[in-house]
Design a protein around this ligand. Sequence first.
Ligand SMILES: [Zn+2]
Length: 154
Amino acid sequence: MNQIVPPVIAPPIVWTPKRDVATPAWPVPALGVALLRGLQCRCPACGRTDMFRGYLRVIDACSDCGAPLGSARADDAPPYFTIFAVGHIVVPLMFLVERAYQPSMWVHAALWLPLTTALSLAFLRPIKGATVGLMLKLGLMKSDDEMPQDPRNA
Ligand SMILES: [Zn+2]
């Protein structure tokens, strides 16, 4: 005899926000403000201190507001965004010059290699600043135990 088994209906899953997340001790600005401060290479949280020590090394923490800027591991994102931006400037110019003047290859090399290098060096630092600002706004900071050990500090 076959018995008809009624289907088991699971209770609906209801998403609830995680309420035990501590609010950060540093100010968290609006997204546009964090990006603009990062583009200016300033602390995205307070805008009062320099974000970089050197050309691309991000300071460990802001001396004014304490935002842990060094915990934002931007990794390959700033070079990627830089290549994207510089490519969208240089390649159309290259096509325009080729179409208008048909210069020889050495002229192209003499024009575009220095321009590409200069634009990349000029854009990389503010784009890294904006990336760190975005990461700070989105809370994409790694805690100390997730960070790789710096051999210079050992
Ligand atoms: Zn700050």
